[in-house]
Write a protein that binds this ligand. Structure first.
Ligand SMILES: O=C(CO)[C@H](O)[C@H](O)COP(=O)(O)O
Length: 232
């Protein structure tokens, strides 16, 4: 098991590798999370040292927006850009088909929207996130507050072992959009496409953390120092 410092080094290496593919004039989506924080650092170095100049940057959370603005980047809204050229984001789990679980940071709805309206999507991960079958991480489901108790019971009836996500104060975690998150403890997820379809068609579900056919590239930093790039 890696120490936090070792894991952070791997996150940083994956982020640095992702920043190499940026070219001036691109429109870029920037995701959310601790790995993306390193990507924002790498992006800043590319601007300051290589003169990289992007046409627009869109983010998936207020946290990333603030981090980018603190480095002097202008951040646009998704609706200001017709189609992003590339989105770079982290992931909580990635399987061998490059499908993933996202939403550990609670930003899944915007993350899926920004990735969907991007030509290309790269995930940056350390090797601890890579699995054969999606497993080892609860599946986040963003739900409307008005419907949340109904959905909780529905998920429990389906043996999906629901649990309301809590914030640091022990209150229900609230998303950017004022919704709650119910984490489903399904491990492993036997048929991700089936569960995704069911969640997509369940009224009251705003979004879920199954990101299937979303990433076309995954950059994986391995413990032995090697950086692997997998493409779809
Ligand atoms: O989906 C996400 C946030 O909603 C993140 O991309 C995911 O949780 C990975 O985060 P980290 O890089 O901190 O491990």
């Amino acid at each position: 098991m890696l120490s936090e410092a070792e894991q952070n080094k791997l996150k940083q290496e994956a982020a640095n590798q992702a920043a190499k593919q940026l070219v001036s004039g691109m429109t870029l989506g920037v995701g959310t999370g601790s790995t993306v924080k390193y990507f924002i650092d790498a992006l800043t170095r590319r601007r300051d040292e290589d003169g990289l100049s992007l046409a627009a940057i869109v983010t998936t959370s207020n946290r990333s927006k603030e981090a980018l603005q603190a480095k002097g980047f202008k951040v646009s809204g998704l609706s200001d850009v017709e189609l992003l050229d590339l989105t770079v984001d982290g992931a909580d789990r990635v399987d061998r088909h490059l499908d993933g679980i996202k939403g550990g940071g609670g930003a899944l709805t915007m993350e899926k929207n920004v990735a969907t309206y991007s030509r290309h999507c790269t995930w940056i991960v350390d090797e601890s996130k890579v699995v054969d079958h999606l497993s080892g991480f609860p599946l986040p489901v963003e739900v409307l507050r008005n419907t949340c108790e109904h959905l909780y019971r529905k998920f429990a009836d389906e043996n999906l072992e629901p649990e309301f996500r809590k914030d640091a104060d022990g209150r229900r975690f609230m998303t950017h959009y004022g919704n709650y998150i119910i984490d489903l403890h399904v491990d492993p997820i036997p048929v991700p496409a089936g569960l995704a379809l069911w969640l997509d068609t369940t009224v009251g579900v705003v979004e879920h953390g199954l990101f299937l056919n979303v990433a076309d590239k995954v950059i994986i930093a391995h413990e032995d120092g090697h950086i692997e790039t997998r493409t779809r």
